[in-house]
Design a protein around this ligand. Structure first.
Ligand SMILES: [Zn+2]
Length: 117
């Protein structure tokens, strides 16, 4: 097991822009002539920097990515009522409503037998 070291350039860029966003929002001076534009620009730049960081982490070898970085497929499946095949959930990451490839949806509270959509 190896340790995650962030892609330094993208990591530092996110931090620098995040600090600028905080400065432009939490500590904004309304009398500054471009305060609104600075805040909007910073928020856009933060989103772009965050995407660059995600892409850089995605490009790392799997054993150098943070634990839990790769989303595991959901283990839930829609149980058939008769001899039909089991239909697995196709959603990855956190979710409350499961969905099959065909678009059928259910929640854990449905116990997998009732189809809600
Ligand atoms: Zn699911």
């Amino acid at each position: 097991m190896s340790v995650y070291y962030p892609p330094i350039e993208q990591h530092e860029t996110v931090l620098a822009i995040a600090l600028r966003v905080v400065q432009n929002t939490h500590y904004a001076r309304p009398e500054a002539p471009h305060a609104d534009a600075d805040a909007e620009y910073g928020q856009e730049q933060l989103a772009l920097a965050a995407r660059a960081l995600v892409e850089a982490v995605d490009a790392l070898p799997a054993d150098r990515q943070p634990i839990g970085w790769v989303r595991q497929p959901c283990q839930a499946a829609l149980m058939p009522l008769s001899g039909e095949p089991v239909e697995p959930c196709v959603i990855q990451g956190k979710h409350a409503t499961h969905r099959t490839e065909a678009g059928q949806r259910w929640t854990d509270a449905d116990s997998g037998l009732e189809r809600i959509a």
